[in-house]
Ligand binder design. Structure first.
Ligand SMILES: [Zn+2]
Ligand SMILES: [Zn+2]
Length: 210
């Protein structure tokens, strides 16, 4: 049965069985429409019934959240997330910070490979609290690196806000400079600053913690 084929009753094309969704209600265990046609019909139906689709989807989400589950699936929510299970947390992060949810497993792996530690502060990061994705070379200046996995690391949320559109090297330099200034000020007050941080924009804390 491995190379069995079936004719889609919509497009009338003969296709291997893996091109059909499984469905117990059909005698052969597969839908009559192929996957391509099923997906197309589904999209057509949503387009024709947007309000109804929105309502059943919304009700499903409300029910899951009320039951302590992830809004998107039947898994339990992360302890510090009001919305997501762990996998959907990473999917959402991937979508919002890397412009596509397809990298969620990569960023999840990165998080655990870093032992959940912020490379700047050495602090242990918690998903839903202070774990945020940083672009080592900022996207505002290096837009092509938005989903380059070598340009991604997990850092403390507060540090990410302060880093603004600095590169990692620039940020470390500014922190060292502030430390130096601080030490000098301990000895004698008011030393002029010659490092103009305003060039890197104002601190932005618009990133969602979810
Ligand atoms: Zn078809
Ligand atoms: Zn989920």
């Amino acid at each position: 049965m491995d190379n069995a084929i079936k004719i889609c009753t919509y497009c009338l094309i003969e296709k291997p069985l893996d091109q059909f969704y499984k469905n117990k209600n059909h005698s052969d265990g597969y839908t009559n429409y192929c996957k391509v046609c099923t997906n197309m019909k589904h999209k057509e139906w949503i387009a024709k019934n947007p309000k109804f689709y929105f309502e059943i989807n919304t009700q499903l989400r409300i029910d899951r959240l009320a039951a302590g589950l992830c809004m998107r699936c039947d898994q339990h929510r992360l302890p510090f997330s009001n919305i997501f299970c762990e996998d959907h947390f990473f999917m959402n992060k991937s979508a919002s910070r890397l412009k596509s949810s397809e990298f969620w497993q990569d960023i999840k792996e990165k998080f655990y490979n870093q032992n959940m530690i912020c490379p700047y502060s050495g602090k242990k990061l918690t998903l839903g609290i202070d774990a945020s994705i940083d672009h080592i070379l900022p996207v505002s200046r290096f837009p092509l690196l938005i989903n380059d996995l070598n340009n991604i690391e997990w850092v403390d949320w507060g540090i990410n806000c302060n880093k603004r559109n600095m590169t990692k090297e620039e940020y470390l330099q500014s922190e060292r400079y502030k430390l130096k200034l601080f030490k000098m000020n301990e000895q004698r007050p008011s030393k002029e600053s010659n490092l103009d941080l305003s060039a890197y924009g104002t601190p932005t804390c618009i990133m969602s913690r979810e």
